[in-house]
Design a protein. Sequence first.
Length: 93
Amino acid sequence: MTKILSLIGCLVLIFSVNSIAAQEKEKWSGVDEQILEKFATEYGRKPLGPIINTDQGDLLLFLFLLAGLLSGFVAGYNWRILMEGYEKRRKTL
């Protein structure tokens, strides 16, 4: 019985923290909104959007895929150096 009550208490706590965070998210703005836009309007320029807008579709996932592929290739190419160490690899050459 105490396990069920503690589980229900944890779930209520998680959902209440989540709803509070959702309400607070609107109050917090990023550096680009608070600082950069302020300076841009101060000097007579309108703030521009991002160069690469990762909020559209799956572009951000694609960029993470490319980064994973690149790092996997580099790690695979240097597998012996990573696993055996630089000194062992240097002695065999």
